[in-house]
Design a protein around this ligand. Sequence first.
Ligand code: BMA
Length: 332
Amino acid sequence: MNRSKIIVGKPLPNIPWEKRPKGSGDVVWRYSGNPVIPRDIVPCANSVFNSAVVPFGKGYAGVFRVDDRTRSMRIHAGRSKDGIRFEIDPDPIRWICDDPEIGRFVEAYDPRVVEIEGRYLVTWCNNYHGYTIGMGHTEDFEKFYQMENSFLPFNRNGVLFPRKIKGDYVMLSRPSDTGHTPFGDIFVSHSPDLVHWGRHRHVMAPRKDRANWQSTKIGAGPVPIETTEGWLLFYHGVLTSCNGFVYHMGAALLDLEQPWKVRYRTGPYLLNPRMLYECVGDVPNVVFPCAALSDPPTGRIAIYYGAADTVTGLALAQVDELIEFIKNNSEH
Ligand code: BMA
């Protein structure tokens, strides 16, 4: 497979990168300086995890989940020159919103960010009479404008595709319940205007046979990466152990035109809680991917993931190897 011809998109020559460690056969490996974002990077923080990073200007910007020391879930803007060392605003994003019904403060967590048509769209899990998908936009990561919530409660893990498909905006989401949902399938919805969502299609369900890591629930992770082999979607999969939920990361390839059609889906996980910072923290045994960068000419992929609901880690992969692995180990 020619790695320079797989990812569709703009080059990102300064993508954070490190070679696979010698002796490792893993298709996804961890950055040696993990965690890249410590839990106390801003004074008010209890923890900084499940966060989104995108290319911005000559470097990177993003929206970061900061649980504060009252244990409220907030999202903050931040910046980085190299995608490894970050500066995060000390205060949460103040959304500008015309409608006080939508704009009044509610909890916000697990953001995703995507550039579409010259502006950055942010989706997050928003508490509006129950958790649902909040949406907003920014051009500069200074001023943020809040839009209508996309769905009714209860829903989580709203992830936009990075371009319209057949004229519509498209979003993945995971309908859920009021609590720590013990079930969950991924669906896809369409919209002409980012406000009205419909044409809901089922994408995939948890599975118990030969892939127990994703047997309880699954949810979309980073914004899908367009490749010649389909949309590359990293997602989290949850196993219920006798000690509670364990969060892993896997990947699927979705049809480019009809993204509810799953072409391949990993049987084995790609990343699981294994390092101390993934196994020990406020919620033990969690890896939770929320953003991925990619560089088409080199095929490099860098994935940001929350670890143990406490800190943020970086994982790396090479697209040709990854796609080969997904295809050769597909349980779909
Ligand atoms: C999910 C979400 C995530 C969190 C995970 C593990 O339901 O709330 O924000 O990382 O649980 O606690």
